[in-house]
Write a protein that binds this ligand. Structure first.
Ligand code: RIB
Length: 316
């Protein structure tokens, strides 16, 4: 089965500047390069699903501007179903300013949401007409829209996969209906639990605390170059990442969770979370090893090459 995934989330143009290090308060530094790159957590996830041969329907809003038009044509080139992307005449396309450190590939991001902040019930009503097999959602859009989208999916028995980024300290997780997977990174885990997941004990404590706040079948903590940690309320496992030189970590988390979602839906019940995490780790490793948000997301043939070169035991 090729699952149809409805991604309800954000779209941005990213202004990416590479720099030796990020500036201190009041300091001015000279960057080493800059470029405009398509990004946005939702768009990164949508492109991941599509490049990995999933059927992706993207629900977002773009401004009526050059960035919006450029992004729309990129989504079409990537075979994304764009019928439920709204054009907002009153707000610009979302913009992210991203500083990437040369050595570590670590980023710092500031987002101006623009049209993303207007995604609402109207967009949801239209988008759910596509009969999705799953809802994929993140928190870079209005909180009421996230809660409503989960409620609609729950009512129609559509499984929900939530990438918990960006960290929203005050997001009322308790108001969310049941989720299949809830996946925060380290910063988001700290924001929602006050626990930084550094070792097995803190990961487990954080997962237990999260399960008191969200009704999720699986918590999947994204631990960067350590891999991911899964907890289902009884069993826990760590799936190690593939070691690569990190060039730019932007979009790695979005791509990880989107790939996990796709593989989870493609697998039968037995071992599916294991396979989904292993697939997510492969996609995450490829994404951090290349520059930019969307441009760094791999295609199926690039994934096959990586698996073959690294002699990874994973049948695609
Ligand atoms: O997760 C990475 C993304 O976060 C960037 O592409 C940027 O647009 C922000 O939304």
């Amino acid at each position: 089965m090729n699952p149809r995934i409805l991604v309800v989330s954000s779209a941005n143009m990213d202004l990416v500047m590479r720099t030796e290090r990020v500036p201190d308060g009041g300091e001015t530094l000279t960057g080493t390069s800059y470029r405009y790159v398509p990004g946005g957590k939702g768009a990164n996830a949508a492109v991941t699903v599509s490049r990995l041969a999933g059927d992706c329907v993207f629900c977002t809003r773009l401004g009526d501007d050059d960035n919006g038009r450029r992004l729309m044509s990129i989504y079409k080139e990537n075979n994304i179903d764009t019928r439920f992307i709204g054009i907002d005449r009153n707000n610009p396309t979302g913009l992210a300013v991203i500083a990437v450190e040369e050595d570590s590939g670590q980023n710092r991001i500031i987002v101006y949401p623009g049209a993303n902040n207007c995604i609402d019930s109207y967009d949801l009503d239209r988008a759910f007409c596509c009969y999705p097999d799953a809802l994929f959602i993140q928190l870079e859009i209005p909180q009421e829209t996230v809660i409503e989208a989960v409620a609609i999916a729950n009512k129609r028995n559509i499984p929900v996969f939530m990438d918990a980024g960006p960290a929203k300290f005050d997001f009322p997780l308790e108001k969310l209906g049941p989720l299949e997977v809830f996946s925060p990174n380290e910063t988001e885990t700290l924001a929602y639990t006050d626990i930084l997941p550094v070792g097995d004990e803190s990961c487990l404590k954080a997962c237990m605390k999260l399960l008191k706040r969200v009704k999720a079948r699986y918590i999947v903590l994204k631990l960067g170059d350590r891999g991911c940690y899964v907890y289902d309320g009884t069993y826990r496992s760590l799936y190690q990442s593939h070691q690569v030189k990190a060039v730019d970590t932007t979009a790695a988390g979005d791509a990880f969770t989107a790939a996990l979602t796709l593989e989870y839906l493609r697998c039968s019940e037995k071992n599916r979370i294991k396979r989904a995490c292993e697939f997510g780790n492969i996609i995450g490793a490829l994404t951090v090893s290349r520059e930019g948000a969307m441009p760094s997301i791999p295609t199926v043939s690039e994934v096959k090459d990586f698996i073959a070169k690294r002699e990874i035991r994973f049948d695609l």
